[in-house]
Every structure is written in structure tokens, then in C-alpha cells.
Design a binder for this molecule. Structure first.
Ligand SMILES: Nc1ncnc2c1ncn2[C@@H]1O[C@H](COP(=O)(O)OP(=O)(O)OP(=O)(O)O)[C@@H](O)[C@H]1O
Length: 198
């Protein structure tokens, strides 16, 4: 068996609902065979450590992370300049990486997608969460110079052939149906590899 069996890499603009969608998908697939790995986690944990900040608050959807977002992006860029796959490697070496299915949230750059294409070519599925700007604004999005025009927000806007596009404009019936399809595909792959689905 190729290991991991499935690597699902998610991307989306700010407030498109990446966390919302990946949390729902993770619940559906179940934690027995699946891990939710956040590419932003090692960046945030390392940044929190070096700047003496509250990691839990940096990881949730609160205003707290907004105060540090710009500085954190700049700091991450510096690390990435030295080693483009630094955060991808850290994310895929931590806890939970022994599970056969990975949900990787928050790919932001071409180098992120390229890393997974290179290392996991047979297991990779790329997914883009999309929402209209008006919907994102209702969720708290406000265009901020230095953030929304930076590579971390725009690096994957064009030039990637996404395997799946998930429209998240608030039609939760449509979203349910898309998540059902993805869950079905994941369970099928697990069963083909002789994993028991409970
Ligand atoms: N389909 C939906 N139905 C109801 N609420 C939603 C839906 N999608 C997203 N939300 C809400 O919108 C807000 C933003 O969503 P979320 O945090 O998932 O976005 P994000 O793309 O991860 O944002 P960021 O880039 O800031 O991390 C959250 O409060 C979330 O609960």
C-alpha cells in the first residue's frame, strides 16, 4: 500500500470557510483512520513560542490572531525563503501522521502544493474552498493591504488545477452533498486497502 493512502490538501481565501469545511469533513470521515493536519500549526506554534503568545488563541477564529497576522506572515516568509518546504515537512512529521488519511488545511503557496505533488504523487487530492466575497465579508473578511495582496493569500488563486472545488456560500444542503461525495470516496479507498469502516 502507498502510505499515506490519501493526502487531501485544502486551500481557500480568507473566510472562505476552510476550517469550517475541513472540521466537518474530519467529523464525517472519523478520527479512527484520519488526521486533521494544519499547515499553519507549526508556523503558529513556532511563532507563539518565539514571541511568547497564546497558541490556542492564534489557532482559533478569534480576533486575537488578526492582531498578529501580518507580522506572522512576514516571519513565516523569512523562514520559507531559507527553506521552502520547512512548514510542510514539520506538519507531516508530527502527531497523527501514522493515520492513512490526512486532511491538510491551509495550503497557501505554489511551493506547498508542489511539495505534496512531489512527495505524495499517488495519494494527493487537491481541494479549493470557494466563497463569494460578499459572503466572506459577512463572515468578517475585510480587505487588508499587506495581507490580502500578499503571496500567502494570492499564491494559489491561479495556476493550480484543483481536483475538487467546494462552494461554501452558505447553502449547507449543497455543502452536505459535496462532503458526502468526498467521504464516500475516502471510505471506498480505505475499504479497498482493507481498513474496516465503523
Ligand atoms: N457553511 C457555513 N455555514 C455557517 N457558517 C460558516 C460556514 N462556513 C464558514 N462559516 C463561519 O464563517 C467563519 C469563517 O470560517 P472559517 O474560520 O472556517 O474560515 P477560514 O477560511 O478558515 O478563515 P481564515 O482564513 O481566517 O482562517 C467562521 O465563524 C465559520 O463558523
Amino acid at each position: 500500500m502507498t502510505y499515506p493512502l490519501l493526502v487531501m490538501v485544502f486551500s481557500g481565501k480568507r473566510k472562505s470557510g476552510k476550517d469550517y469545511v475541513t472540521d466537518l469533513l474530519f467529523q464525517r470521515i472519523g478520527k479512527e483512520h484520519c488526521s486533521l493536519l494544519r499547515l499553519s500549526e507549526p508556523l503558529k506554534s513556532q511563532y507563539a513560542k518565539e514571541h511568547n503568545l497564546d497558541l490556542d488563541k492564534l489557532l482559533d477564529s478569534s480576533q486575537y490572531k488578526e492582531q498578529y497576522r501580518a507580522a506572522m506572515i512576514r516571519w513565516g516568509e523569512e523562514r520559507r525563503k531559507q527553506q521552502p518546504d520547512y512548514f510542510c515537512k514539520l506538519t507531516t512529521q508530527g502527531e497523527g501522521c501514522h493515520k492513512p488519511v490526512w486532511i491538510i488545511t491551509d495550503a497557501r503557496r505554489k511551493t506547498d502544493v508542489e511539495y505534496f505533488q512531489k512527495v505524495y504523487p499517488k495519494s494527493l487530492v487537491t481541494l479549493r474552498v470557494d466563497a463569494d466575497i460578499s459572503v466572506r465579508e459577512q463572515r468578517g473578511f475585510l480587505f487588508t493591504k499587506g495581507i490580502d495582496d500578499a503571496e500567502s493569500e494570492c499564491g494559489l488563486d491561479v495556476g493550480v488545477g484543483w481536483d475538487v472545488i467546494i462552494l461554501n456560500n452558505g447553502d449547507n444542503l449543497a455543502l452536505d452533498s459535496t462532503l458526502d461525495d468526498i467521504t464516500h470516496m475516502v471510505h471506498q479507498r480505505l475499504q479497498e486497502a482493507n481498513f474496516q469502516i465503523s
